[in-house]
Design a protein. Sequence first.
Length: 182
Amino acid sequence: MSRVSESTVVARIGKPHGLHGEVTVRLHTDQPERRLAVGAVLDTEADAGSGVPRTLTVRSTRVHRGIWLVAFEEVPDRTGAEGLRGTRLVLTGDAAEIADEADEDTFTEAELVGLAAVSRDGEELGEVVGLVLGAAQDRLVVRLADGREGEVPFVAALVPEVDVAGGRVVLEVPGGLFDLEG
């Protein structure tokens, strides 16, 4: 899980589902039942001029075939839902601070950038230089010792430990992940 700047990203909106304004969401929280509860008001981060409201109020949530579907009071139909695609649902200010205290696996990009990237056996692999929020999963951008950069999916299987205080992330890098063509 990750958060950017001073806001905590709860989810990123995907494609519309059905005719009544539901959308798929890519979760960025370990507590979707709490964060996406009916009546929850979430701030939005969207491209300027997109027409996306600054806040959205959760009208309903459900899980369909393992995919979270959310509908909002402000979006009554599929056309409106299509306009939300790519929007981040975020908690800001006091709500973000409360969420951060509850979500131990939540990190800002600023906390991650500069951390040493090491293997399980302590071998220096490089340094974290960025975080890319993706539709399917977030990725850590790692600059290797030779200056090349690679991306590592930011999932527990590949990043089993994040030690901000210790200044490092532990990576379980599968063979070939950093074998980039120059």
